[in-house]
Design a protein around this ligand. Structure first.
Ligand SMILES: *[C@@H]1O[C@H](CO)[C@@H](O)[C@H](O)[C@H]1NC(C)=O
Ligand SMILES: *[C@@H]1O[C@H](CO)[C@@H](O)[C@H](O)[C@H]1NC(C)=O
Ligand SMILES: *[C@@H]1O[C@H](CO)[C@@H](O)[C@H](O)[C@H]1NC(C)=O
Ligand SMILES: *[C@@H]1O[C@H](CO)[C@@H](O)[C@H](O)[C@H]1NC(C)=O
Ligand SMILES: *[C@@H]1O[C@H](CO)[C@@H](O)[C@H](O)[C@H]1NC(C)=O
Ligand SMILES: *[C@@H]1O[C@H](CO)[C@@H](O)[C@H](O)[C@H]1NC(C)=O
Ligand SMILES: *[C@@H]1O[C@H](CO)[C@@H](O)[C@H](O)[C@H]1NC(C)=O
Ligand SMILES: *[C@@H]1O[C@H](CO)[C@@H](O)[C@H](O)[C@H]1NC(C)=O
Ligand SMILES: *[C@@H]1O[C@H](CO)[C@@H](O)[C@H](O)[C@H]1NC(C)=O
Ligand SMILES: *[C@@H]1O[C@H](CO)[C@@H](O)[C@H](O)[C@H]1NC(C)=O
Ligand SMILES: *[C@@H]1O[C@H](CO)[C@@H](O)[C@H](O)[C@H]1NC(C)=O
Length: 849
C-alpha cells in the first residue's frame, strides 16, 4: 500500500472524527431532523445544554411587537434549559419561522417563577398558524396543578406545514391587564409518516376507531395534535437526548397504572431489535426492552384487568398508539401469549398476539393505533382507559406492553386547547412524588420490579376535584374574552325568521323533549300558536366549534329553495343560544330506513325515488344557484324524508360556495381543510385537496351503494375485501357477482338490467378522477330511466307485495325523527343514541368547518 493511500484514509478518518465531534451529544441518532430550532426566548445570548440543545437568542425570529420585554427569572432554575429568561408582553407578539414543508414538533417551555410580572397575571392564548394551541391559559394555575413540584410547564404539538408557509407562533394576552410570556420554543422536523397516515396506506393501516362508529380514521395532514402522554414502562424517564433524534422525552407510566402489575427491565439486551414492522426511529431501543405485564402466574391473572387511566379533556378525538415487542424467551410461537385490549371499555383486540403481529419474529417492535372519541363539551376532564386481560385461550395467561403514546387531535375549529385546571383547594396537602425514580437499572437479563398497585396520582385526584367544582359552578360561556357578539350574522331579512329565546322556550315547552345530539340537542316544537310543527336544533351552549357551522348553515340554507333541500324556517341567536328551526320531517333520515333500524325495510321503488330526489337536490346545489354550492357531507344520515317520502338534503354546516363548475378550489386556507364523513370522502379531495362539486358526486355514489346494499360504507369488522363498500362493489361488478351486495330485503325486487344500470352509475360516481364522474344532472337522467324501466317490470317476481309496504305511518315508527342528527330515540344502540353519526363526522374531521 503506498503512502498517498494512507494519507487519504487518515484524512477521511480525521474528517469522520470531526463529524462525530461536531454532531450532538445525542446517543444513536437514527433520524436527523432537517430543522431544529431551539429558541431561548427573552435572551440575547445562546446557551448550550447537556441534552445536546443549542438555545439561540430569539430576537431574529420576532416578527411582531419587538418591544416585548425580556425578563429574567426570579430564581435561576435548577433545571438546565431556557428557563432563566423569558419574553413577556401585555400585547400580542409573534415569532415567525421559515421552515420547510412537512410535519414538525412545536415545543413550548415555561417556568412560572420570574420577577417584574405578577405570576397570576399570566393569562393568554397561543396560536400556531391556523391552530389554537393554548387558550385563556392560566400559567400559574397550570403549573400549580401539575404533578411536578417545580414551576415548569412543557407542551408538545405536531403540526404539518404546507408548501411555502411560514410558521407563525403568536402569544396573545387574554385580557387587558394580563400578559403573555414564553421561556423557550423548539421546532423540530419529524419523519413525514411517523404519526400522520401515509396517503397510500390501506384503511387497514389506519387507526382503528373506538367509541363511536366503525369508520377507520386516518390522521390527515391537516390535523394538528398535542402530545398528551408519551409513556414508556420502566423505572426512569428517557430524556430528549436519548430519543431517536427528535428530542422527544418518554415519561414513565407508573402514575397512570391503577392495578397491580410487574415491570421487567433490560430484557434480552444482547439481542438486536429488528425494525421490520416500524421504522427504526419510532422509539428508542430501551423502550422495547422494558415491559409491564400482569406478573404471569397461572390463572391468577384472570381476575383483573391490567389498567391505565389517562386523564384527558372531553370533546376531542385522540390518537392512541400502543407499542409492543416480544423478547420473552419463554414465548416461542404465536398464540403462546395472547390477550384482550379494551380501550374505553370497548374491546379493540380480541387476539393481541405480539409474536403473531411481528411475523413470528422475536424482537420486532410493533405499533397498534386507535382513534378514540371522547365525547363532551371540552370543559371536563375524563379518563381514557386502557385495559388488558389474558385471552382464556392463550397458553400464558398474561398481557404486556412497552409504551403508550396519546395525542389529542384538533377540533373542527382548529382548537387544541382544553380548560384550565381548577384552583387547588385551600390547604390541600402537598402531594409527594409517588416513586423516586433515580434507581439506575443495570441488570442484563430480565429484572423485575414490583410496581405499585392501585396508585392514585395527584393529577388524577386534582382533576376529579376539578370536576366536582365545575359541577357546582354555573358554567357560562360569557367569561372574559369569550363573549360572543350577536350582531355578526348577515342574514337577508325576509328569507329567514328570527326567533327570540322566549319563543323557542314556548315552542318546545321549555326544551322539554330532549334528544341528545353531539354539539346540540334536537327538539320537536310547535310555533305560530301550535299551528306549525318544527324541528328545533339547539347547539350546545358554549360550543365554540358550533358557531361557524351555525352561521354557515343559516347563510347557505336561507338562500336555497328547492323541494329536495330541507327548509330552514329561522334561527335564534341570543345571549348564549344558537338555535336552528327547520321544517319538521316526519319520516326521519334515510339511513334509519336502511340499516341498524327497527323500521320496516324500504322497497326498491321507494329507494329509487329517494335517490332521484337527492340527485335533484344536489343538481340544484351544483347548477341551480348563482354559485356552485358543494355540500361536502352527502350521506344517507343527512337525507331527510318528509311525510310523503320526498327526500330532502340537509345539514349544510360543511357546505361551501365553490368556484365555477368543474374548477377546483384549493388555494385558500379555508378550502383546504378536508371535511366530510369518513367512508363517503372523495379520495381526490382528501388525498390531494381538490374540491369540486364532483366530491359530492363521489359521496352520492357511496350513498347509492348504501341504498342498494343496506349497509354502512365502512365496516371494519368485516373481512378485508368487504370492509369498504365501494371497493367491494367494484370487485363484485368486475366479477359479475353484483347480487352479492344487494340488501337481502330487496331480493327479488330488482330487475337485473336495473341492477346493472344502477350499479354502473354508482360506480361511475366513484371514479378516481373527478372529471370522469358524471354530473348530477346526468345521474338524475339515468336514475329516472332505471325507475321507469323498473316500473315497466311490475310483475318481476313478487315486487308488488313489497311496493305496498305501508309507509304512511313512518312517524310512528321513527318516533319524532326530525333532522339528520336528531332523533335516535327509538331504542337502538346506546352509542347511537348518545352520539349520532352526524357528530361523528365532525369529531372525525377535527379540522375547522
Ligand atoms: C451546538 O453547538 C455546538 C458548538 O457550537 C456544536 O458542536 C453542535 O453541533 C451544536 N448542536 C446542534 C444541535 O446544533
Ligand atoms: C435505520 O433505518 C434506515 C432505513 O431503514 C437505515 O438506513 C439506517 O441505517 C437505520 N439506522 C440505524 C441506526 O440502524
Ligand atoms: C444582553 O442584554 C442585556 C440586558 O438586556 C444587556 O445588558 C447586554 O448588553 C446585552 N448583550 C448583548 C451582547 O447585546
Ligand atoms: C407570518 O408572519 C410574517 C411576518 O410577520 C408575515 O409576513 C406572514 O404573512 C405571516 N404568515 C402567516 C401564514 O400568517
Ligand atoms: C390564574 O390563576 C391564579 C391562581 O393560580 C388566579 O389567582 C388568577 O386570578 C387566575 N387568573 C385569571 C385571569 O383567571
Ligand atoms: C404463582 O404464585 C404462587 C403464589 O403466589 C406461587 O406459589 C407459585 O410458585 C407461582 N408460580 C409460578 C409459576 O411462578
Ligand atoms: C376487564 O375489562 C372489560 C372492559 O371493561 C370488562 O368487560 C371485563 O369484565 C374486565 N375483566 C375483569 C376480570 O375485570
Ligand atoms: C381517573 O382514574 C383515576 C384512577 O383510577 C381515578 O382516581 C379518577 O377518579 C378518575 N377520574 C375520573 C374523572 O373518572
Ligand atoms: C346559577 O344557576 C342558578 C340555578 O340555575 C340560577 O338561579 C343563578 O341565577 C345562576 N347564577 C348565575 C351567576 O348565572
Ligand atoms: C345581543 O342580543 C341581546 C338580546 O337580543 C341584546 O340585548 C344585546 O344588546 C345584544 N348585544 C349586542 C352586542 O348586540
Ligand atoms: C297567536 O294567538 C294570539 C292570541 O290567541 C294571536 O294574537 C296571535 O295573532 C296568534 N299568532 C299567530 C301567528 O297566529
Amino acid at each position: 500500500m503506498d503512502t498517498t493511500g494512507t494519507h487519504i484514509a487518515s484524512g477521511a478518518i480525521f474528517f469522520l472524527l470531526l463529524l462525530c465531534l461536531s454532531s450532538l451529544s445525542i446517543a444513536d441518532v437514527i433520524y436527523s431532523p432537517v430543522e431544529l430550532f431551539s429558541i431561548n426566548c427573552g435572551s440575547n445570548s445562546s446557551l448550550s445544554t447537556r441534552d445536546g440543545r443549542n438555545w439561540t437568542a430569539d430576537i431574529k425570529f420576532l416578527s411582531e411587537n419587538k418591544d416585548s420585554v425580556a425578563a429574567p427569572a426570579l430564581t435561576p432554575s435548577t433545571l438546565e434549559g431556557p428557563y432563566t429568561d423569558a419574553r413577556f408582553s401585555h400585547s400580542q407578539f409573534t415569532y415567525s419561522f421559515s421552515v420547510s414543508t412537512g410535519p414538525k414538533f412545536i415545543r413550548l417551555f415555561y417556568s412560572t417563577s420570574y420577577q417584574n410580572f405578577h405570576r397570576s397575571k399570566a393569562y393568554f392564548s397561543v396560536k400556531a398558524g391556523p391552530y389554537t394551541l393554548l387558550q385563556y391559559f392560566n400559567a400559574s394555575l397550570n403549573a400549580d396543578a401539575d404533578d411536578d413540584p417545580d414551576n415548569f410547564l412543557f407542551r408538545e404539538y405536531c403540526i404539518n406545514l404546507r408548501d411555502g408557509e411560514r410558521l407563525n407562533i403568536s402569544f396573545i394576552p387574554s385580557t387587558e391587564d394580563s400578559y403573555a410570556f414564553i421561556n423557550g420554543i423548539e421546532i423540530v422536523s419529524m419523519p413525514p409518516f411517523l404519526y400522520y397516515t401515509h396517503p397510500d396506506d390501506d384503511i387497514t393501516g389506519w387507526p382503528q376507531p373506538v367509541g363511536l362508529n366503525t369508520n377507520p380514521f386516518p390522521i390527515e395532514n391537516n390535523y394538528a395534535m398535542e402530545t398528551k402522554y408519551r409513556l414508556r414502562v420502566g423505572d426512569q424517564q428517557i430524556p430528549a437526548s436519548q430519543d431517536t433524534g427528535m428530542l422527544r422525552s418518554w415519561d414513565v407510566d407508573n402514575k397512570y397504572v391503577t392495578t397491580q402489575s410487574v415491570l421487567s427491565l433490560d430484557i434480552e439486551s444482547g439481542i438486536k431489535l429488528r425494525f421490520t414492522k416500524t421504522p427504526n426511529y419510532t422509539a428508542p431501543d430501551t423502550v422495547y426492552r422494558s415491559l409491564r405485564n400482569m406478573g404471569s402466574n397461572g390463572t391468577v391473572n384472570m381476575g383483573f384487568n391490567l389498567t391505565w387511566q389517562l386523564p384527558v379533556d372531553s370533546g376531542f378525538t385522540y390518537l392512541l398508539r400502543l407499542h409492543f415487542c416480544q423478547l420473552d424467551p419463554r414465548i416461542e410461537n404465536p398464540g403462546d401469549l395472547s390477550f384482550f385490549i379494551f380501550v374505553q371499555d370497548q374491546l379493540v383486540e380480541d387476539w393481541a398476539d405480539v409474536l403473531g403481529w411481528s411475523d413470528k419474529q422475536k424482537g420486532v417492535p410493533v405499533v397498534r393505533q386507535y382513534a378514540v372519541v371522547i365525547p363532551g363539551n371540552q370543559q371536563e376532564r375524563l379518563n381514557l382507559s386502557l385495559k388488558m386481560h389474558p385471552n382464556p385461550q392463550s397458553l400464558a395467561k398474561d398481557a404486556q406492553i412497552n409504551a403508550i403514546e396519546l395525542f389529542k387531535i384538533n377540533d373542527p375549529t382548529g382548537n387544541l386547547a382544553g380548560p384550565n385546571p381548577d384552583p387547588p383547594l385551600p390547604q390541600s396537602p402537598k402531594r409527594v412524588p409517588l416513586e423516586s425514580s433515580n434507581k439506575k437499572s443495570h441488570g442484563t437479563t430480565m429484572r423485575t420490579l414490583a410496581a405499585i398497585a392501585g396508585s392514585v396520582s395527584g393529577v388524577l385526584l386534582l382533576s376529579f376535584i376539578a370536576i366536582l367544582i365545575k359541577r357546582r359552578k354555573n358554567v357560562t360561556v360569557n367569561e372574559k374574552g369569550t363573549s360572543r357578539d350577536n350582531g355578526s350574522l348577515f342574514v337577508p331579512t325576509g328569507l329567514c325568521r328570527h326567533f327570540s329565546i322566549k319563543e323557542m322556550r314556548t315552542a318546545t315547552n321549555n326544551f322539554d323533549e330532549v334528544f341528545v345530539g353531539g354539539f346540540g340537542n334536537v327538539y320537536k316544537g310547535h310555533i305560530d300558536n301550535g299551528s306549525t310543527t318544527v324541528a328545533i336544533k339547539r347547539l350546545k351552549q358554549g360550543s365554540r366549534q358550533g358557531i361557524r357551522e351555525f352561521k354557515n348553515e343559516i347563510e347557505m340554507l336561507s338562500q336555497l329553495r328547492h323541494p329536495n333541500i330541507v327548509s330552514l324556517i329561522g334561527y335564534c341567536y341570543e345571549s348564549n343560544e344558537m338555535i336552528l328551526v327547520y321544517e319538521f320531517m316526519d319520516c326521519g333520515n334515510l339511513r334509519d330506513h336502511l340499516y341498524d333500524t327497527d323500521n320496516p325495510s324500504l322497497s326498491w321503488k321507494h329507494r329509487l325515488q329517494t335517490c332521484i330526489g337527492v340527485a335533484r337536490g344536489l343538481d340544484y346545489l351544483h347548477t341551480g344557484v348563482k354559485q356552485v354550492i358543494i355540500h361536502r357531507d352527502v350521506k344517507s344520515a343527512n337525507i331527510l324524508l318528509d311525510e310523503k317520502w320526498e327526500a330532502k338534503v340537509s345539514d349544510f354546516g360543511l357546505a361551501r360556495i365553490g368556484g365555477p363548475m368543474g374548477i377546483s378550489m384549493m388555494t385558500t386556507r379555508v378550502n383546504t381543510e378536508v371535511k366530510g364523513s369518513i367512508g363517503y370522502l372523495d379520495p381526490e379531495y382528501y388525498k390531494r385537496n381538490i374540491l369540486t362539486e364532483k366530491s359530492d358526486v363521489y359521496s352520492f355514489g357511496v350513498m347509492l351503494l348504501e341504498v342498494l346494499s343496506g349497509r354502512h360504507p365502512l365496516l371494519h369488522w368485516e373481512e378485508k375485501q368487504r370492509m369498504s363498500l365501494a371497493n367491494w362493489a367494484k370487485h363484485c361488478y368486475e366479477k359479475g357477482t353484483l347480487s352479492e351486495i344487494v340488501d337481502s330485503e330487496l331480493k327479488g325486487q330488482i330487475k337485473p338490467q336495473c341492477l346493472n344500470k344502477f350499479s354502473e352509475v354508482a360506480l361511475s360516481c366513484l371514479l378516481e378522477d373527478g372529471t370522469q364522474r358524471p354530473s348530477m344532472k346526468d345521474i338524475v337522467g339515468v336514475l329516472e330511466f332505471v325507475l321507469q324501466f323498473q316500473d315497466s317490470a311490475v310483475n318481476y317476481e313478487d315486487s308488488s307485495s313489497h311496493s305496498t309496504v305501508p309507509l304512511s305511518d313512518c312517524s310512528e315508527n321513527t318516533g319524532s325523527s326530525m333532522t339528520s342528527d336528531g332523533d335516535r330515540s327509538n331504542g337502538r344502540m346506546e352509542s347511537f343514541v348518545l352520539i349520532p353519526d352526524d357528530v361523528f363526522s365532525e369529531t372525525k374531521n377535527p379540522k375547522g368547518r
